[in-house]
Design a protein around this ligand. Sequence first.
Ligand code: URA
Length: 265
Amino acid sequence: MARSLRSAQAQGGVRRLAGKDYDQPMSAAESELPAAERRELLKEVFSQARVCTRCPELAATRKTVVFGAGNADADLMFVGEAPGASEDEQGVPFVGRAGKLLSTLLEEVGLKRDDVFIANVLKCRPPGNRDPLPVEIENCQGYLRRQVELIQPTVICTLGNFSTKLLRGDPTGITRLHGQAEVLILGKRAVRLYPIFHPAAALYTPRMLETLREDFVRLPDLLAQGAPEQPEEVPELAEPEEPPQAAVEQTEQGEDAAADQLGLF
Ligand code: URA
């Protein structure tokens, strides 16, 4: 099931993703579910992701599928690139050095990790921390799409180039975009997209850390603006497709790993 978040188009002052995934999102009934029910659906998506074998190399080399962690009804969602070694070990996103910086920056603006949801473009660690391959991003994006649909954040903060380019459906890089919020239509909902530098990039470059801090300081104001004006309901075009089940193998080992991670969100 090839799905893509293709190019974004400006539509009436907001950006709308033109890709099939976000044009045929969850049903209206599903989008109006209370948070507890959306969380249950998120757990179902997780149980599919945790045994995913769509990327044979990643499935063979990973220790854990790092689905995401935090508040499943968060107003603010962060999207990073891919798990590193510590995340792969622990099954939790952003727990290594970049993650510690992310936690510090959150605290500095009065937020806690438990207040937000943190996910990545890829749910599996690329070997040697290499960059995600286009085919891996393609394979994995359905999970991110479902996370966004079910969590329903008002602000999505993309960390670095990979998540910014994917969600905007545009190759413009983070150096040009960081610190500038825009309204983007993802599926049925409008969100405030806020690209910032990836914390890993700021670890060794003091000037970048300064810029990241300045961009972080704007987050509370952005959150205080609340959800952007929502698009009018569009008629259903088709039944939403199932997540990529064909590539999923149910294993007993996967069941155990799931039980360990369900407390993460
Ligand atoms: N970098 C990322 O992009 N994601 C993580 O989870 C950890 C480091």
